[in-house]
Design a protein around this ligand. Sequence first.
Ligand SMILES: NC(=O)c1ccc[n+]([C@@H]2O[C@H](COP(=O)([O-])OP(=O)(O)OC[C@H]3O[C@@H](n4cnc5c(N)ncnc54)[C@H](OP(=O)(O)O)[C@@H]3O)[C@@H](O)[C@H]2O)c1
Length: 316
Amino acid sequence: MGWTADNIPDQEGRQVVVTGANSGIGLEATRELARNGATVIMACRSTERGQDAARDIRADIPDADLRPEACDLGDLESIHAFADRLGDADLDVLINNAGVMAIPRSETVDGFETQFGVNHLSHFALTGLLLENLHPHDASESRIVTVSSGIHERGEIDFDDLQHEQSYDPWDAYAQSKLANVLFAYELERRLLTAAANAKSIAVHPGYANTQLQFRGPEQRGSRLRKAAMWAMNTALAQSAAMGALPTLYAATAPEAEGGAYYGPGGFMNMRGTPERQASSKQSYDEETARRLWAVSSELTGVTYDLPEPKAEVSA
Ligand SMILES: NC(=O)c1ccc[n+]([C@@H]2O[C@H](COP(=O)([O-])OP(=O)(O)OC[C@H]3O[C@@H](n4cnc5c(N)ncnc54)[C@H](OP(=O)(O)O)[C@@H]3O)[C@@H](O)[C@H]2O)c1
C-alpha cells in the first residue's frame, strides 16, 4: 500500500497557494489540503470558477478555509496584482499547478506563446514575487511544488525560437514548457541550497489523470471528433484527478519529501498509482540549460530573485 491522501499530516495553521485550483489536479489537491486544515488561497483565472470550486469543496467539507483569488497566468499584470493583494502574508507552500496542453498557437497578454507563458514563465514570475512570503530564512520550512508532466522527456528548450514563432507544433510546445518546469524546479532548489534557505523546491508529475486538460486543444480547434477521442482515452486509461493529485500532495506535505526530487505515480508506465521518487530526463539535470533558461525567464518577465548564483547540485 503506497502513500495516499490519508497520510497527509495535520495542516492546521498552514497557508498554501494553489494555481489552477478550480479544476482537475489543483481542485483535488485543494480539497485534501483543506480537509486536513490548511488555508488554501485558490489562484484562479476566473474568480467565478474559483468560487464555484470553493462551493463544491465546502459541500464536502463545510469548514474548509478557502480563499478564491483572481490570478490570470496569461497576464503579468494580473500576477503582480495577485502578489500585491497577498501583501506580506506568510505562505508555507506554493503549488505551481495551472497549465494548458497542446492548444493551437496563441499568445498571452504579454506576447508569450501561451503554453510557454502560462505553464512556465508565469510560475517563474509568481514564485519570484512570492519568495519572501515563503520566508526562506525562517525556522519553519516552506516548499515550492511545480507540476510538470512525463511528456517533459521529449521536450527541448529551443533558445533560438522559445516562443515557437518560426514553427509551431502544439505537443512540442507543451513538452518544452513541461521540461522548463523541471529545469526551473531544480535550478530553484540549487539556489535555495546555496542560500542555505529553509525551503525546498520539488518537481512532480501526475501520470495520466482524467481532467479538463485533454479537452482544451480539441475545444479551441472546434473538433468534436478529437474531443470524443480524448474522452474515450481518458475513460479507458486515465486515473482519477484525485489520484493524479497525490504526487503534488506528497511533495507539499510529506515530511520525508526531498528538495530537488521528482515524484510521480509508481504504477503502470508511471501513468497511474501512488507517488514514488523518479528520475526525470537527462536534459532536465543540465545545469547550463537551467541557468540560461533562468536568465531568459527573468529577462522576459522582469522578475528577479534575491538568491545567489547556484553552487549546489541536484541529481536523480
Ligand atoms: N491531467 C493529466 O493527465 C496531466 C498529465 C501531466 C501533467 N499534467 C499537469 O497538471 C497540471 C494541472 O492540469 P489538470 O490536468 O488538472 O488540467 P485542468 O483540469 O485543465 O486544470 C488546469 C487548471 O489550470 C488553469 N489555467 C489554465 N490557464 C490559466 C491561466 N491563464 N491562468 C490561470 N489559470 C489557468 C485552469 O483554469 P480554467 O478552468 O479557468 O481553464 C485550470 O484551473 C498542469 O500543469 C498539467 O500540465 C496533467
